[in-house]
Design a protein around this ligand. Structure first.
Ligand code: PXP
Length: 252
């Protein structure tokens, strides 16, 4: 049977709007509480080196005051490691980070950074934190993930979302499907995210090996028009519709 698909709601851009005026509104913690009541399974927040959106205090409060598990996205630096070990979130997703990028531009190069990542991941795992690596849908990066000891991957769906709808998007979808199959066959938990919207989520939700989607920017943008509760519920419905197609294919 196809596993239930979890939804992690990324609240970074609630903090982006708050920080535009330097005050307290809108409050990411309130968005997290609302996401919980709208049916999210987890909260995702990226603590960036430059603190452009989520702050250290946000992380502290998300851990202390929100019942949902927190997946902390962070770069593999000593500063972030000490923050993660201090707060012990349920999960840490390691992402590449460049100061001048607008958003995470590609997956982590696990092959190139294996020597640094292996001990880093071990320290997180020793603290009981579930580590995932944000990678492109590449077989070589998946195999390197196994070699460095991470139990989970998050497949970068940004290219799939950005390319033209039609054959280019189908080609990207096939890469993601093959990557998900390969990773699951090696025993990795498979998640996916980046750039997903109501229009693009269905085919990704239909991939049976994927157990979690992490979605932020589109939901916060859509919340401007319809409210966060409605945006999250509609996203869940779109995910479930896609998932039902996966179950249909399997049982047919
Ligand atoms: N997953 C990871 C690892 C990310 O870095 C991001 C963006 O912070 C997301 C998911 C969510 O992407 P988006 O905000 O485009 O939905």
């Amino acid at each position: 049977m196809t596993e239930k698909l979890r939804l992690g709601v990324n609240i970074d851009h609630v903090a982006t709007i708050r920080n535009a005026r330097g005050g307290r509104h809108p409050e990411p913690l309130r968005a997290a509480a609302l996401a919980a009541s709208a049916g999210a399974d987890g909260i995702v927040a990226h603590l960036r080196e430059d603190r452009r959106h989520i702050s250290d205090r946000d992380i502290e409060r998300l851990i202390d005051e929100i019942d949902l598990p927190l997946n902390l996205e962070m770069a593999a630096t000593e500063e972030m490691l000490s923050i993660a070990l201090r707060h012990v979130p349920e999960g840490v997703c390691l992402v590449p980070e460049k100061r001048r990028e607008l958003t995470t531009e590609g997956g982590l190069d696990v092959i190139a950074q294996a020597d640094q990542l292996k001990p880093f991941i071990a320290r997180l795992k020793n603290a009981g934190i579930l580590v995932s690596l944000f990678i492109d849908p590449s077989p070589a990066q998946i195999e390197a993930t196994v070699a460095v000891g991470a139990p989970a991957i998050e497949i970068h769906t940004g290219t799939y979302c950005d390319v033209e709808d039609g054959p280019p998007r189908v080609a990207e979808l096939r890469r993601i499907e093959a990557a998900a199959r390969h990773a699951a066959s090696l025993g990795l938990e498979v998640r996916a995210g980046h750039g997903l919207s109501f229009d693009t989520v269905g085919p990704i939700a239909a991939i049976p090996e994927i157990v979690e989607l992490n979605i932020g920017h589109f939901l916060i943008g859509e919340a401007v028009f319809s409210g966060l509760d409605s945006a999250i519920r509609r996203m869940r419905a779109a995910m479930e519709k896609g998932r039902a197609q996966a179950s249909g294919v399997r049982s047919a």
